[in-house]
Design a protein. Sequence first.
Length: 205
Amino acid sequence: MQVLEPAYEARVLCEIPLEDLSAEQLRRFAWKAGGTWGDDRDWLHFVPRILELFALGALDDHSLLDTTLGRLKTATAGWPADDQAAVRSYQFALWRDFLAAWPTAMAAEDMLEALSGFDEDLQPYLDIWSATPTETAARHLASFVACYVIPVRDPLGRVEAWMAGDAPLRLLATARAATADAAVVAECDSAIARIRDYLSYHARQ
């Protein structure tokens, strides 16, 4: 492994089995890889474990996830379609797990931006959100709506179109009706009001 970082750190990565490497042991490599630490071959060796650590929640930096998935898109550009589909399957699973948890280290806008680093078309992720009318997914949506001033990186405009449709309101209304938690009801009510204001504003443009 080519390395300009402390030699002992590189030695740790080489001596410990890949599946046993921790987030702390891989975090700095994940940031430095390809620059001052290792080459593309080294990075491709370690990236499965890096992605696994994100899935486990041991890594939770959305900027690092964004960087990792963006680099993975470049690295896999010539791979067979099935291999690229496998990366998307990982992303779908990561997104479903994210929507199923609350609170989370990342916000929905950060997660979507990171996912778009590999897959510019965010529609499949929005479809998953639409089909997940749970309390946790609704709370993510309420938080997202509260921060929806500058849209996430979305080259195809999928998020704005989704916000203009009926899925977000339906998701929030379903979750609101199913909960007895006053705080969740308040979050949903606030998000519903914000979305209606958003739709009303755009209808006047």
